[in-house]
Design a protein. Sequence first.
Length: 345
Amino acid sequence: MKKTVKQVLGIDVAQNELVVSLGRMLADLSIEIYAYEVFSNREKDFSGLLSWVEKRVDVTVPVRYVMEATGVYHEALAYFLDQAGQEVSLVLPNKISHYFKSLEVKTITDKTSSQTIAQFGLERKLEVWHRPQAIFKSLRQLTRERSQVMEERTVVMNQLHAEQAEAQPNASSLVRIKKRIALLTEQALEIKKEIALCVKNDPPITQALAILCSIPGVAMLTAATVLAETNGFEHVRNRRQLTSYAGLDVREKQSGTSVKGKTHISKRGNKYLRKAVHMPALAAIRSEDRFKNVFINLVSKHGIKMKGVVAVQRKLLEMMYTLHKKKEFYQPTYLQKSEEQSFRK
């Protein structure tokens, strides 16, 4: 029998169940998907999944557990496997979706999805995922909650504006709407205070936030969101990977001389990161001449303001990553030095 060189368990995650397929790559690089099962997505049943896998694999070869990062339903299993010392990889759903389309699979079921994930894991070199530090987990929960509260508050404020603009607004409706706005405002302030307290009790994070907040336009909530969504840039290898993860990378479609699509950002990444750096980019354009020049140059070239804003968003995010890694505070000449180094390359 040919030697097994790689083993992967592909996991299709749903709210209540885990559909898994076990695959292996042999010495001649051929791939076999040879086992399939369904488990409950409850922590008390995760040990049974591990036992099932251990009975069917070559114990001399590590098993990689690969799953889509689908909302929050994958987190309990991912945390359990990491705690158990297993190798885990999380893949963005759009990557699996595009890979699925490249295969000759006509029927899409939970089983074929888990088989596709297993095959994807066998063919690709994936990074090992580890649970985030407790501080980053807490910050992510709090910053996302505040973002949702502020979005809801904006919707209700728009509703109030519409009600007030009517010919004969209902007085009791206006009272209830104003009460909801007051409640949401109070909740947003409570969350902000909790974030500040969480950060205050962690000196390294306090220092990291101070560095990020030295950048024009970046305030504490923005810095906390960026650190939370990137786990303190723990798994970020370079600036290009970071902009791709945020969905701020440029997508272009061009073929020969006849097909040329409109250039745009991918938006296939972490929406919380993109949202976190949007308002700071606008503030940086207003307050810092160098960011303003980047914006003006692009707008004068393309005539599209959003392109200039997105360019500043990328620069802000890349700058936050670089300064965090170097543990240096922002200097007014930083952007100029960065552009000069890029020009030399």
